[in-house]
Write a protein that binds this ligand. Structure first.
Ligand code: FHN
Length: 549
């Protein structure tokens, strides 16, 4: 079993890198079409599904895929210019087309396209030359492989499922993973995706993840093969807070609305927005995996290049505020901006000229130096307020504050709502114990993996709170696991109990009013504790609401 020190050592490069390039590139860039059959738009790499195309017809795009303008040096240089430290590229997406030289199917770029070369080889050499970590995205879901099930609804009668064997498919998948982790040098991350059609048992997830680590013990694996593994992957959004219990995480996001290239998707995010998203992620201790979708000719679209260069310009002056930082010790700033920490230094990202760029008082630590990284000016501090810079960066103006020790601030407390109630969300909770995980994305915004009855969840209230409160809990649990008994209440004070009933599934929460508790202490800690486990995991907890009565 890996120790925490070993885990931190193995993930060190990634935790310091903070910023990577995601590349969705495949034969879906031939149609480059993000429309759905019957109207509306979707994500272009899902073309086969969006247009309900038969596999044999979709496969014809391979013969039209000839990325003669692909230039690994240009792509890696662009990632580096943007300040990105790693690159995650789709080795195989859901369409099953392999963008690497695999011996396990001819449905690959070397054998089935006029291009006839392995771009992953070029990228591996270029990443090594430029000091960028090469990482592979690999889709478990495979619409092309005859052994992968289920078939798509529009395939019935065309491509029968008879004879398909998912175990044989998992063996194929392991064989390809072995090729990816053997033929391209050290790989930074195995970025799984497309796991949702089967559970971890069917996908032999523990076996596959262990196999990966046997091939490259230092590799990082994301959470999309049915195990928490090394980090969580909120997609197209940024969590409201740092994930509880120091859980590592990385937001992946598109620059427009699609991962694969779509000729008609012009909904590009401004570079200032991308920079502010990066600082928001830094504030919460995450990584940012920003996507480009190259064309069938092998070119990164000009709007993506422009944004990467603009972000890179900001990084040139401010990268020390990005690399190697950790989550802000101040959960909420009093102005439109964000903050990140690095030992005895805080970096403050001011999004616009705020009336007062003031910081809360520290509980420990005194400022011994302060300057604006953006302008080089020394900062004067007057009763906590920072002197304004002579000019602002349109995206984020950055201050560096040096303390005599790593500064600490008052603990985060849940603010009372205007109606006197408190909403205690999973996102804001302290997770106490071994197994609890905060789950986010794909229908989750909850505390899960509640397999140990000694684990418990808690929040500290920040406002006036003496009196009687109605307790409402929002939780989810499938019938297979229901039945646990639990209590909600004040630590070492009044509590009320409940029984977990079935709500449908792990991602179908329901709310239950339990009754009332009395609170008579200042800044009490409210907790949810398990009294007795049910048939399986206790529950997935979304929130607790306390309403004064
Ligand atoms: O279905 C995929 C999608 O095409 C894209 O690859 C994203 C990127 O993380 N992942 C899945 C949707 O969650």
């Amino acid at each position: 079993m890996e120790t925490q020190a070993q885990f931190l050592n193995r993930t060190k490069w990634w935790r310091e890198a903070k910023f990577g390039m995601f590349i969705h590139w495949g034969i879906y860039s031939v149609p480059a079409d993000n429309r759905r059959k019957g109207g509306g738009t979707a994500i272009a790499e899902w073309y086969l599904s969006n247009q309900q195309v038969q596999v044999a017809d979709y496969a014809k795009f391979a013969a039209q895929f000839n990325p003669v303008k692909f230039n690994a040096r240009q792509w890696v240089s662009l990632a580096k210019e943007a300040g990105m430290k790693y690159l995650v590229i789709t080795s195989k997406h859901h369409d099953g087309f392999c963008m690497f030289d695999t011996k396990l199917t001819d449905y690959n770029i070397v054998k089935a396209s006029p291009y006839g070369r392995d771009p992953m080889k070029d990228l591996a050499a270029e990443c090594k030359r430029q000091g960028i970590k090469l990482c592979f995205y690999y889709s478990i879901m495979d619409w092309h492989h005859p052994d992968y099930l289920p078939r798509r609804p529009w395939e019935s009668g065309v491509r029968p499922a008879a004879g398909a064997n998912m175990d044989r498919y998992i063996d194929y998948m392991k064989g390809q993973i072995k090729e990816l982790l053997t033929n391209y040098g050290p790989i930074g991350i195995l970025w799984f995706d497309g796991q949702w059609e089967h559970d971890g048992l069917r996908l032999r997830s523990p076996e596959v993840n262990q196999f990966i680590r046997s091939l490259q013990p230092n590799i990082i694996i994301n959470d999309r093969n049915h195990e928490p593994q090394d980090y969580a992957t909120p997609e197209q959004f940024i969590p409201a807070n740092a994930l509880p219990a120091g859980r590592l995480w990385e937001t992946c996001m598109t620059m427009n609305d699609t991962w694969g290239y779509a000729k008609d998707d012009h909904n590009w995010k401004p570079s200032s927005d991308l920079i502010q998203k990066l600082t928001d992620i830094l504030h919460k201790g995450g990584n940012f995996l920003l996507n480009v979708g190259p064309t069938a000719e092998g070119e990164i679209p000009q709007p993506s290049i422009a944004r990467l260069r603009e972000v890179g310009e900001w990084m040139k002056k401010h990268s020390e505020a990005v690399y190697g930082t950790t989550a802000s010790p101040i959960k909420r700033l009093g102005f439109d901006g964000r903050c990140a920490a690095k030992g005895k230094t805080l970096y403050v990202f001011a999004f616009n000229r705020a009336h007062s760029l003031s910081l809360p008082n520290t509980e420990s630590g005194r400022i011994v130096g302060a300057r604006w990284l953006t302008t080089g000016e020394t900062i004067r501090i007057d009763e906590g307020a920072l002197s304004q810079p002579k000019s602002l960066h349109p995206a984020a103006t950055v201050a560096r504050l040096d303390y005599d020790r790593p500064p600490t601030f008052a603990p985060f407390r849940i603010r009372v709502s205007e109606d006197g109630s408190y909403l205690l969300r999973a996102m804001d909770a302290e997770l106490n114990g071994r197994a609890l995980q905060y789950e986010i994305g794909r229908g989750h915004d909850n505390i899960g993996y509640w397999s140990d009855p000694k684990d418990y969840v808690s929040w500290q209230l920040g406002g006036p709170s003496s009196g009687e409160y109605e307790v409402e809990i929002k939780l989810a649990c499938p019938a297979s696991d229901a039945g646990a008994t639990y209590t909600v209440g004040v630590e070492n004070g009044d509590r009320i109990s409940g029984v977990v009933s079935a709500t449908g599934s792990w991602i179908e929460p329901k709310s239950f009013v339990l009754g009332r508790i009395k609170i008579d202490s200042q800044n009490p800690v409210i907790s949810v504790r398990i009294e007795k486990m049910g048939k399986g995991a206790a529950m997935n907890l979304w929130s607790v609401k306390l309403t004064p009565k």
